[in-house]
Design a protein around this ligand. Structure first.
Ligand SMILES: Cc1ncc(COP(=O)(O)O)c(C=O)c1O
Length: 370
């Protein structure tokens, strides 16, 4: 049996007619950049996240950069974040001339450890940037408390967490701003690069709209309030996201069912640690990540059996060449480093079938002789 790690064709087939009509409308309107489809999606996504505003942008990396900049982060500032993330989180901080300060993760959910964050705050700290990694929210209350006590901006990297909730509150609604990626393979994915920033603040949203469009005054064409960027969302992506958003809750629910099916199939295996959901969390399983004894051997055996797996991510960011200048040595962030050596992502996507999950769990049991 073949089990891919994801299969976007299946999702496309399930909404093809609706999508084609929406894309044809963009063509008919010639609304290729921003425009009515983007605006409609921004409104719908803001409502979905329980905030007043969403600003559609070019991708999740630019969402982070814009949100940090609008929060006042600049040269010489420190931003405390996690090493256990996709590179974009750290890249966005560096891009602004600020310094990423890395707090290790807590073991169970791979999210930033608030106790370590507390120890790293200095007079130069400007913002906290937790990541809701794999679709599981970071433990936000202690982080929000720290942000409030020290006058810091709290920005959520919610790139992998569309629809996740913390104590019932949506990811992207908890801090000053929430940054989303709509990269095609995300729980809510566009048909190209796209991203969004959510916020309760009308003032921040207005600044973000300005910055994403070269700093151009919305009421005065070719008059610039401040130097900005071309970080706009395009009309086709707005249309695709608008069609997909009403399906997101159902798709996330399906991911949760599949995660439960994995749990039932794999429980009791001493060689694996399965993902869990904190009592505060509504996990949306962007990825289903286990810790495995002899990860490479298991991945090879599964590949032989037609099952794709992935490692997200194999190299602790602070030990990669790009970020050596941050000065972290091997052993500096041991929980992240250990996680990177053990983690394995098993296939999960809404169209995956129970029979495929059963096959994966059987193959894993066979490998471990259990
Ligand atoms: C945690 C995290 N942050 C930021 C990003 C960047 O998003 P994009 O690829 O849309 O620029 C990603 C994308 O994979 C991500 O997973």
């Amino acid at each position: 049996m073949k089990v891919p790690i994801n299969d976007l064709h299946l999702q496309h087939a399930s909404i093809q007619a609706e999508l084609e009509a929406a894309l044809a409308q963009v063509t008919a309107d010639c609304s290729f950049i921003l425009g009515p489809q983007v605006l409609a999606f921004e409104r719908a996504f803001a409502a979905y996240c329980g905030v007043g505003h969403c600003v559609g942008v070019s991708n999740g990396t630019d969402a982070l950069k814009l949100a940090l900049r609008a929060a006042g982060v600049g040269r010489g500032d420190e931003v405390i974040t996690t090493p256990h993330t996709f590179a974009a989180t750290i890249e966005a901080i560096c891009e602004l001339g600020a310094r990423p300060v890395l707090a290790d993760i807590e073991d169970r959910h791979f999210t930033i450890d608030p106790a370590q964050v507390a120890e790293l705050i200095t007079p130069r700290t400007r913002a906290l940037l937790p990541v809701h990694i794999y679709g599981h929210p970071a433990d936000m209350d202690p982080l929000l408390g720290l942000a409030q006590r020290h006058g810091l901006a709290l920005i959520e990297d919610a790139a992998q967490a569309q629809g996740a909730r913390y104590k019932g509150r949506p990811a992207g609604s908890l801090g000053l701003a929430g940054c989303f990626s709509f990269y095609p393979g995300k729980n809510l994915g566009a048909y190209g690069d796209a991203g969004g920033i959510t916020t309760h603040s009308g003032e921040l949203a207005a600044r973000l709209r300005l910055l994403r469009n070269h700093g151009q005054d919305p009421g005065k064409k070719f008059f610039y309030q401040e130097p900005g960027y071309n970080h706009r969302m395009d009309g086709f992506q707005g249309a695709v996201l608008g069609v997909k958003l009403p399906h997101l809750e159902g798709w996330n629910q399906r991911r949760r069912q599949l995660a439960e099916h994995y749990r039932q199939g794999l429980q009791g295996l001493a060689e694996l640690i399965l993902p869990t959901e904190a009592e505060y969390a509504h996990h949306v399983y962007h990825l289903y990540v286990v810790r495995a004894r002899d990860r490479e051997g298991l991945a090879a055996a599964l590949r032989q059996g037609g099952i794709d797996t992935a490692v997200q991510y194999p190299h602790p960011l602070h030990l990669t060449t790009a970020y050596q200048s941050l000065g972290y040595r091997k052993g500096a962030l041991p929980r992240c480093e250990q996680a990177c050596a053990q983690i394995l992502s098993l296939p999960i996507f809404p169209e995956l079938e129970e029979a495929q999950v059963d096959y994966v769990t059987q193959q894993i049991r066979r490998y471990y002789g259990g």
